[in-house]
Design a protein around this ligand. Structure first.
Ligand code: ACO
Length: 428
């Protein structure tokens, strides 16, 4: 018999069904609670609230486990490619050789963006943040793909929009970078795979031949895989909730990009490097900065530490830390901020404040050091996170549509003024 939870309010008892997921996590289903009792639940920040049933990503924050469609992140990071992981997340299964070829071919047919999109760049101030540009440009794609606005799209058209988004995202990201340098943009080259093509468009100069470094291609694949999905985080929930209003996929993803921008979410990778640079400029005294992070009268937080769900090592941080050592060694880069980061981690992991609150390094703690070693400027880091997260957002959006989820619309407990009579402006 399935489990039932009971809620007692006054002299009434309500039976609430208990739902069990495939990994045995349990939830109390309160979807009928208001109808039955007149009560709602209150959970600011959704710390205890499941918004959906999802079959995409499983994570266990207590044990530090992360799996995409059942496959452990460690195996995917070691053996897979970003485009294969994108296929897995969006369609649910690892592709056969032919399916992967077809997927890559379709993407390569859509990497060009409308020439008029280039005009947007002239309107952005030259130093404007790449995340603001990315969110506007992805939203603008809806204007160039009006078929995406039609209600009740067929699965074929939806799939076409998905392919277009993945294809055009890498071109747009590379162009944002090129424009920030005042350089001529590069057009995609269909002979390259997705990640190589992105690196080519980003780093190739008109003046010389681009040499593909397999170390860089492999590092980029790994970073993008590690960022590809993370279940119902702030940006994925944003994508689902915007999409639930039947907004088109470009508008939904553009909203997700805006959500990712914040320093408490994806923007943390930029904030980590800025913090490490500040500590370096201040003489590298990590104890002083750990003390600042612990001081409740100081707003400083140790960026790249702590996570809403992981109360153990973020498994992605473990992989990235090792990759960071390998890549810097292979590329012959000696970055002093890496030793500051390692010292900070070592001290924090033994400090009572961090231990008690279960604060561990998260995915952003070391990723920026790798991006920097690959040649990316700091303000591009969150854009790279978005490039990696795109398949996850698409998978979440597609699942929400396929499950025919209703429009997302939370309730509230009103605590404002009750009835008041309007006072004329002269009498206030
Ligand atoms: N440095 C110092 N103290 C911290 C930190 C930190 N990085 N993170 C949490 N704490 C403390 C809080 O002050 C609080 O202490 P208290 O109980 O004495 O008041 C306690 O730990 C719990 O913190 P909350 O903010 O309540 O935890 P929450 O789950 O809401 O926040 C978050 C998680 C936002 C990630 C937080 O840990 C943080 O701000 N970290 C730094 C930013 C960061 O790295 N973000 C990236 C997250 S990963 C991602 O989005 C891709």
């Amino acid at each position: 018999m399935s489990e039932i939870a009971q809620l007692k309010i006054g002299d009434k008892t309500y039976d609430l069904p208990v739902i069990e997921g495939t990994e045995h996590e349990k939830a109390i289903d309160i979807s009928k609670l208001r109808d039955q009792s007149g009560y709602i639940t209150l959970d600011i920040g959704y710390k205890n609230t499941g918004a959906t049933k999802s079959a995409i990503t499983f994570l266990d924050g207590e044990q530090g486990i992360l799996k995409y469609r059942g496959y452990p992140i460690e195996q995917l990071a070691e053996k897979s490619s970003f485009i294969e992981v994108a296929y897995l997340l969006i369609y649910g299964e690892l592709p056969t050789e032919q399916q992967l070829k077809d997927f890559q071919y379709q993407i390569s047919r859509h990497t060009l963006v409308h020439e008029d999109m280039k005009k947007f760049f002239d309107g952005f101030p030259s130093k404007s943040h790449p995340m603001g540009q990315l969110s506007s440009l992805i939203g603008a794609l809806a204007a160039f793909n009006p078929e995406s606005l039609e209600p009740g799209l067929s699965p074929e058209i939806i799939n076409l929009e998905i392919i277009k988004l993945i294809a055009k995202m890498s071109t747009i990201v590379s162009w944002i970078y090129k424009k920030s340098l005042g350089q001529k943009v590069n057009y995609p080259q269909n002979k390259y795979d997705y990640v190589t093509n992105f690196l080519y468009m980003t780093f190739s100069q008109v003046t010389e031949e681009y040499e593909i470094d397999p170390v860089v291609v492999s590092a980029m694949n790994k970073l993008l895989i590690l960022h590809a999905d993370h279940e119902q985080n702030c940006s994925a929930s944003t994508v689902r909730i915007v999409g639930s209003s039947d907004a088109n996929i470009y508008a939904s993803i553009s909203a997700g990009i805006s959500a990712l921008w914040g320093p408490l979410h994806g923007g943390a990778n930029q904030a980590v490097i800025e913090m490490l640079e500040k500590i370096k400029a201040d003489g590298g005294d990590t104890d002083k900065w750990i003390a600042k992070a612990k001081d409740k009268n100081d707003s400083f937080r140790l960026m790249g530490f702590g996570h809403r769900v992981y109360k153990n090592f973020d498994p992605r941080a473990k992989i990235i830390k090792k990759a960071c050592d390998d890549i810097l060694e292979k590329l012959g880069v000696n970055d002093e901020v890496l030793s500051i980061a390692k010292r900070l981690e070592e001290v924090a992991l033994q400090d009572e404040y961090f231990v008690q609150r279960k604060l561990y390094p998260n995915v952003d703690f070391y990723s920026g050091i790798i991006y920097r070693a690959l040649g990316f400027p700091t303000d591009m880091f969150t854009v790279l996170f978005a490039l990696g997260r795109l398949p996850g957002w698409i998978a979440q959006w597609k699942e929400m549509k396929e499950n025919k989820e209703p429009i997302g619309r939370p309730r509230q407990v009103y605590v404002g003024a009750t009835n008041r009579d309007y006072t004329d402006i002269n009498n206030r």
